[in-house]
Structures are given as C-alpha cells and as structure tokens.
Write a protein that binds this ligand. Structure first.
Ligand code: 5GP
Length: 179
C-alpha cells in the first residue's frame, strides 16, 4: 500500500493519475468517496459522490479503511480490493495519512510538497472552487505544509509532473524489491 499525501494544491491528484496511467500493469488507484459536490469540469469518476447520510451509513457499516472531514466534507477510502499482485495507491489528505500510519504501519508513505507557496496558491485558485473555499483551502494548505517529516514520509518536491512521477515510480519499485 502506497499513501500519497501532501497539502492541497500540491498536485497530488494529477501526479497520481499520471502515475497509474504510466504503470497500469502494477499500480491500482483507489477511488475515494466524498460528500463534496463535483466541481465544474471535474471527471465524473474522480470520486464516488454521495450525500452525508450515505457516507455516514458506510462509516457505521465499517466500509472505510480511513476517512476524514476536510473543510466540512467527508472523504474516505473504501476497504480496498486491488487485483492480485498490484500495488495499491491511496491519494489522501494528511489526516487520512496519519490514520493509515496507525492501522497499516508497513504502508509506504510519499509526501508531495509544492515548489513554492506562490505556485501552490496559484494551483488552488485555478481549480474552480468558490472564493470562500479557496481561502479556507489556502489556510489549510499552509497548516499542512510541513507534515511530511512528522509522518516519516519520503518527501518529493513537485516541480515537474514527469520528474515527480519518475521519482515516485523509482521509490515504489525499490521498496517492492526489498520487501
Ligand atoms: P479535493 O476536494 O481537492 O478533491 O480533496 C480535498 C482533500 O481530500 C485533498 O487533500 C485530497 O487528497 C483529500 N482526499 C481525497 N480522497 C480522500 C480520501 O479518501 N481520504 C482522505 N482522508 N482524504 C482524501
């Protein structure tokens, strides 16, 4: 299990999508549930979009490996069922990563960091969230920017998507060969 975490606006989603598109034979991306509304232009299958009641019922039924509330919405990883022999990738927030560290201590942790606060802010603003949400996300991102060391994660600064994907694949492959 590979956990890819990091503050908002760092490019986690883009990088993980690119990573599994490049290595579909051995990497499998978990699809999260959320109560957030779909953004304009966001892929229909970016998440499983559900209402709060449905999410809370799934919590009660023990349906999540981890879940967290992030800016008033729930996000959670359904109990994963990857095809045999494939490595599972979770793209989750810092709170979720802290839970996985507790429940799955041998998970491989990767923490992405933005090259600069300015770039991170620009990415958050480009995403199509309403302005009040953008400022909440900026505050949250600032809070979480140094959580990588605390998690004991392998930290990668996401300057160029292609380079980041290469570094992640190399790190996962090397962990695979020694386990
Ligand atoms: P967004 O609303 O930008 O799609 O996601 C907000 C945050 O929730 C991001 O940091 C994203 O990585 C995180 N996230 C997405 N799916 C999950 C999940 O299943 N569990 C947790 N804990 N966080 C998630």
């Amino acid at each position: 299990m590979v956990v890819v975490s990091g503050p908002g606006g760092v490019g986690k989603g883009t990088v993980c999508a690119e990573l599994v598109a490049r290595f579909p034979d051995w990497l499998w991306l978990s699809r999260s549930w959320t109560t957030r509304e779909r953004r304009p232009g966001e892929a229909e299958d970016a998440y499983v979009y559900v209402d709060r009641d449905t999410f809370e019922q799934a919590i009660a039924d023990g349906g999540f490996l981890e879940y967290a509330e992030f800016l008033d919405n729930y996000y959670g990883t359904p109990i994963p069922d990857p095809p045999p022999g494939m490595d599972l990738i979770l793209e989750i927030d810092v709170q979720g990563a802290r839970q996985v560290v507790q429940t799955t201590p041998d998970a491989l942790l990767i923490f992405l960091q933005a090259p600069s606060a300015e770039e991170q802010e620009a990415r958050l603003r480009r995403r199509g969230d309403p302005p009040d949400k953008v400022s909440q996300r900026l505050a949250k991102a600032a809070e979480e920017s140094n959580a990588g060391a605390e998690l004991g994660a392998h930290v990668i600064v996401n300057v160029d998507i292609g380079d980041t994907v290469e570094q992640m694949a190399a790190y996962i492959r090397s962990a695979r060969s020694t386990r």
